[in-house]
Design a protein around this ligand. Structure first.
Ligand code: FES
Ligand SMILES: [Fe+2]
Length: 403
């Protein structure tokens, strides 16, 4: 992060802490229709036209460490195999044999030399080429070249692997706008995979995603945790094209250190925005990451049907050299889970509310604008004209996007 950006964010925090109203000209938001959280037609559009056309985080290279290492991705419906090739490139394929759809692998992860379908034995290389099949004489004019596995776009930000089911999607790094640049300061190539965990919650995925895009709730549900070290009134926000955003919340005291990071190596190139504040990125749609010089979680929000969801948290820490993982990560995860359970405590009640006649929409204020930005982008990705008129979000933030 360059000096000018650091200065701009610092003066932004000062401005936000001292303002007495939203900036002049800032819009009043219409309520976001509750149907966007429950309406089956809307949620089907969201699934098909947003989730299946977005770059989604899948895994870290450490989880597929050598040629033939693979793991299964099942977050958006059709199972997708992510595999490291003999040339070290990472590729993704639907786990679907070109003969009659048998599964190429049945385990969630492992290591293989190639794919042999368990149904009739068609055999594919790690880069998806069909190379062998039984009783070839029985197929008329079969050209093996025409029956490679169907691939899925698979690209990386450093060692982090993302997939996208849209063959025409803009390249990952281009689609992320300024985010890869901001990440350089924490040396992504030195971040190693440390741990992952999954938490199931009974609400629409957006109920909890919304909660991780604002800090207006700190004083109520995190009064004994986050609110003690973060000052939400100084929060400064950058809204970027593509629905991405950054929220930087100042620490209450500049010398405050997360006890869960003690003893962990820290990345010396991190700016003071990272070391003395809490910068939280949203990679649209579902990756929220508060980065830190001594390690970061990727907090991922996944729909599980229309009314349930999973929060998956993947942890990374700066390379600790040879030997065991740093011992303090366990405490750090314990601390994080305590905060996470504060965040999830009302999720089921809110889901019941969005289904209640008593709910007249999501009413947002200036400091909750990342949520409105997220929903505006959802309509753009679905295609505004396709969204039922009563469920649309009226665009209000065009003049507030940093380009
Ligand atoms: S379905 Fe795979 S070989 Fe027949
Ligand atoms: Fe929270």
């Amino acid at each position: 992060m360059d000096e000018a950006t650091v200065r701009r964010i610092k003066s932004g925090m000062e401005y936000e802490a001292n303002r007495t109203a939203p900036p002049p000209g800032f819009p009043r938001f219409p309520a976001i229709p509750g149907g966007r959280y429950v309406d089956p037609q809307f949620l089907a559009l969201e699934r098909g036209l947003m989730w299946k056309r977005s770059w989604l985080y899948a895994c870290h290279l450490d989880e597929i460490p050598s040629a033939g290492s693979y793991m299964m991705f099942r977050k958006t419906g059709s199972p997708i195999l992510i595999v490291r090739g003999k040339d070290d490139n990472v590729r993704a394929f639907y786990n679907t044999c070109r003969h009659r759809g048998g599964p190429l692998v049945k385990d969630e992860g492992g290591r293989i030399e190639g794919f042999v379908c368990s149904y009739h034995g068609w055999t594919y290389t790690l880069d998806g080429k069909l190379i062998n099949l039984r009783d070839r004489r029985d197929f008329v004019d079969l050209d093996l070249k025409c029956y490679s596995l169907v691939d899925v776009r698979c690209e990386r930000l450093s060692n982090w692997v993302f997939i996208n089911e849209d063959p025409l999607a803009v390249a990952l790094l281009e689609s992320l706008g300024p985010i890869p640049g901001h990440f350089q300061q924490i040396k992504p190539e030195e971040q190693r995979f440390i741990h992952k965990a999954s938490y199931h919650v009974k609400c629409n995925v957006k109920v909890l995603l919304d909660a991780f895009l604002e800090v207006y709730h700190l004083k109520s549900i995190h009064s004994n945790t986050v609110d003690r070290f973060l000052d939400h009134r100084g929060t400064t926000i950058s809204l970027w094209p593509g629905g991405h955003s950054l929220m930087v919340t100042p620490n209450r005291r500049p010398d405050w250190v997360d006890p869960g990071t003690r003893g962990m190596r820290s990345i010396e190139t991190a700016s003071e925005i990272v070391t003395k504040n809490n910068p939280s990125f949203n990679f649209y749609p579902n990756l929220v990451t508060p980065i830190n010089d001594s390690g970061i979680p990727f907090i991922l929000f996944w729909p599980d049907g229309d009314r349930e969801m999973d929060i998956d948290v993947h942890w990374f820490a700066p390379d600790w050299g040879s030997g065991e993982k740093p011992a303090s990560w366990k405490q750090r995860i314990d601390n994080f889970e305590r905060i996470l359970f504060e965040d999830t405590q009302f999720a089921e009640s809110i889901q019941r509310s969005v289904e209640s006649p008593g709910f007249k929409g999501v009413m947002l204020n200036y400091q909750e604008r990342r949520i409105y930005h997220w929903h505006e982008e959802l309509d753009r990705r679905i295609g505004v004209e396709i969204v039922p008129p009563e469920l649309r979000v009226e665009p209000k933030l065009a003049g507030f996007i940093e380009r």
